[in-house]
Design a protein around this ligand. Structure first.
Ligand code: ATP
Length: 403
């Protein structure tokens, strides 16, 4: 039976987006193009989720189609990717739509980025290169069958049954980042992998050598997945052995512990608090091409774990131990060691500062650079111990020391 989602398209898409699609539809018909909504947008329409990105596939050449649209002043072309023949176009009321040409890909080396085999293949060939059946659905946008779902792989049924299923045996070998994508979708929609997909995933993780793969893709998927700040995702990541994909070590940590800390301390790099509890291998950290502050989290984590923090440390020693370390690293240290000091630091000590400035100390009679540093440190010690609180206390202390 044909399934038509015209009504869902009308009710779930913003009016301006619907207008844009109707103009595309008319232009496609007038100029002999076949165009489809594709991938995530179709899945999300069926699941009645909020539509964020609108992806359209043109059976043939998307660049030609978009030029036809822009010649008719229907859209402005923002960006063209010549090799893939994809286009980002802007319609009235700021509606952006990504257009792709149908394409077939092949993987010259297992786990590496794919190479385009052919642009302008059939829709069926295009959907068969995709990750999961739920992401391999299309909806026709041409006028005669506007809204009709095209399902070559049983994706509609899988969405109904909340199942994540890859399209072929070689799926994870081609692109292991799909394992992380699976985790992301499973958590987001509360879906489960079918037995076949589970087996393929286990086989890949436990038997395949996977050191020579596209780490950028894996990183990007991990980033998206752990940025969700979802405790369940992390637990699944450990239970399903997915952490082995990054040669991680299984820590005695629960997702909820991480989520609670993240919610309380709002670190900038949420995803790295999750991943940092698992990821240790320097080669992989390097392969992720992290930014400088992201790399610092791992350097700080190692310094902290190798550091020697006495069980009877004073507040001052605790402060000095964690001072200048990224908050993410302090959280990871806590999660891995369960010591109380990182929490003492975060809750009580981290924001304690000496208020007096060097110049003010000079005015109070301390002129030598070395002595200024020493005095500031003495004040800090006392502030951390709670014997000096206000700026007036600081001044009084300096005066008493310089009498
Ligand atoms: P999201 O809501 O997270 O954006 P999405 O399904 O739209 O989900 P994208 O990463 O934008 O995800 O990808 C768009 C489509 O491209 C997917 O629906 C899927 O069909 C295909 N796709 C993306 N990544 C892969 C991959 N690694 N392997 C195969 N197909 C992929």
């Amino acid at each position: 039976m044909t399934l038509n989602l015209k009504d869902k398209i009308k009710s779930q898409l913003p009016k301006a987006a619907l207008n844009a699609l109707e103009l595309c539809s008319k232009t496609a018909d007038d100029n002999g193009f076949k165009i489809y909504l594709i991938g995530g947008v179709v899945r999300d329409l069926l699941l009645e989720k909020k539509i964020i990105d609108i992806d359209v596939t043109v059976e043939g050449n998307a660049t030609e189609f978009c030029h036809t649209l822009s010649d008719k002043k229907i859209c402005k072309i923002l960006q063209v990717q010549n090799e893939l023949k994809t286009v980002k176009a802007l319609f009235k009321n700021d509606i952006a739509i990504d257009f792709a040409s149908t394409r077939q890909e092949f993987y010259p080396k297992r786990g590496h980025l794919p190479v385009i085999a052919r642009i302008g293949c059939t829709l069926e060939e295009d959907v068969l290169r995709r990750d999961f059946t739920i992401n391999a659905l299309a909806i026709s946008l041409n006028e005669k069958d506007f809204g009709t779902v095209i399902d070559y792989v049983g994706g509609v049924e899988d969405i109904k049954n909340k199942i994540l299923k890859v399209l072929h045996d070689n799926s994870f070998n081609e692109d292991p980042s799909r394992i992380i994508r699976g985790l992301k979708f499973a958590a987001r929609f509360n879906f489960h992998r079918d037995e076949y997909t589970k087996e393929l995933q286990e086989k890949y993780i436990n038997t395949q050598l996977h050191d020579d793969i596209s780490w950028t893709r894996i990183k990007s998927e991990l980033k998206q997945t752990f940025s969700m700040n979802d405790a369940k995702v992390y637990d699944m990541f450990l239970i399903n052995d997915t952490y082995k994909l990054v040669y991680g070590e299984k820590p005695p940590v629960k997702g909820l512990e991480i989520k609670t800390l993240v919610d309380k301390y709002s670190p900038d790099y949420v995803w790295l608090v999750y991943l940092g509890t698992v990821l240790n291998k320097p080669e992989i950290i390097e392969a992720f091409c992290l930014t400088r502050p992201e790399k610092k989290i791992f350097t700080d984590k190692n310094t902290l774990l190798k550091g020697d923090l006495n069980l009877k440390s004073t507040n001052y020693e605790i402060y000095k131990f964690f001072e200048k370390k990224s908050i993410e690293a302090v959280l990871i240290y806590y999660l891995l060691t369960k010591r109380k000091e990182p929490l003492v630091y975060l809750e009580k000590l981290m924001n304690i500062r000496v208020e007096l400035k060097g110049e003010e100390l000079m005015e109070l009679g301390i002129t030598e650079g070395k002595l200024i540093g020493k005095m500031l440190d003495e004040i800090l010690k006392r502030k951390l111990a709670g014997t000096i609180i206000t700026k007036a206390d600081e001044i009084n202390f300096v005066k008493s020391e310089t009498k």
